[in-house]
Design a protein around this ligand. Structure first.
Ligand SMILES: Nc1ncnc2c1ncn2[C@@H]1O[C@H](COP(=O)(O)OP(=O)(O)O)[C@@H](O)[C@H]1O
Ligand SMILES: [Mg+2]
Length: 291
């Protein structure tokens, strides 16, 4: 039997009316891997996360978590509360009338854990996220960064199998974003939890991901490490989307090509455009040079 990835989406399709949002999307995440789905607004990132969590059902395809088919877009359907997933929403979705402590404790209370166990776990996770001193505050009394930590704490306190984060840093003050990102990344690596994050921010994807998946027009058009995506974009869309490449139409003479067959073996994107990034360009007394 073939070894299965920890999380697997197989040929997932989803349409709203005539709008085919996801078109046979497949992806895998290994245990403890940090996956980032990168795509512009409206490309279907949240839809993928919601299909993994079970809030939305796909029209076609299968979702497999830890060796178990949780949705086969037919009769098999495990509801969200039985999937053992932590979810951090873009707007955090904290309960406004509850203290930070009660927000974090909520999933444990739902599971009817003993009071002492709840206190212990909330304190532990609050310690890790450095929010111990604000546990009696209401969300409105917390900074954006603190609210986000409370949301992360609530998502991981029940020690779920999988952590989903939907644009979790977009409401954080840009000046703090890099350090908050780094802390969250360190935390999820420390806990060793398999994570899928959605973002439209290429820099964020680059700095956090073990593996990036580029979502465009309903398809995953490239999967790779940040370095692979940056250095070897599959087409001009990815090249430009990830770190703004200068792309010029070009007539490319390839004298070493001997036959039409050899020419055809090149991908179309290798013919007709030349791309280079600003950091690979220098200006000297003879003009601009791309290296
Ligand atoms: N409940 C819905 N009904 C109709 N269209 C929807 C619904 N949810 C999402 N969409 C459409 O699906 C597309 C993808 O949405 P979404 O997954 O939220 O994208 P992203 O998170 O990448 O911004 C968008 O065109 C959006 O308008
Ligand atoms: Mg979204």
């Amino acid at each position: 039997m073939r070894r299965m990835a920890f999380l697997e989406l197989r040929n997932i399709s989803k349409s709203y009316g005539k709008n085919r949002v996801l078109d046979k999307v497949s992806l895998t995440a290994e245990k403890s891997e940090f996956l980032v789905i990168l795509g512009a607004s409206g490309e279907g990132k949240s839809t993928i996360l919601n299909i993994i969590s079970g809030v939305i059902r796909p029209d076609e395809g299968e979702v497999v978590i830890d060796g178990r088919v949780v949705d086969d877009s037919n009769k098999t359907y495990v509801p969200p509360e039985l999937r053992d997933i932590g979810y951090v929403f873009q707007n955090y979705a904290l309960y406004p009338h509850m203290s930070a402590f009660d927000n974090i404790a909520f999933p444990l209370k739902m599971r009817k854990l003993p009071e002492e166990e709840i206190k212990k776990r909330v304190r532990e996770v609050a310690e890790m996220l450095r929010i111990s001193h604000v546990l009696d505050h209401k969300p409105s009394q917390l900074s954006g960064g603190q609210q986000q930590r409370v949301a992360v704490a609530r998502a991981i306190v029940k020690q779920p199998k999988l952590l989903l984060m939907d644009e979790p840093f977009s409401n954080i003050d840009p000046a703090l974003r890099a350090s908050v990102r780094w802390e969250i990344k360190t935390l999820v690596k420390q806990v060793g939890i398999t994570t899928v994050m959605a973002t439209h921010d290429q820099e964020e994807a680059m700095s956090l991901a073990d593996k990036i998946l580029i979502l465009h027009k309903g398809k995953i058009i490239q999967t790779g490490t940040p370095e692979e995506i940056y250095n070897r974009p599959v087409n001009t869309y990815v090249a430009d989307f990830v770190g703004g490449m200068n792309i010029l139409p070009a007539n490319i003479l390839i004298p070493q090509i001997e036959s039409i067959a050899e020419l055809k073996s090149l991908s179309v994107e290798n013919i007709g455009y030349i791309g280079f990034r600003a950091e690979h360009t220098r200006l000297d007394d003879q003009g601009i040079k791309a290296e």
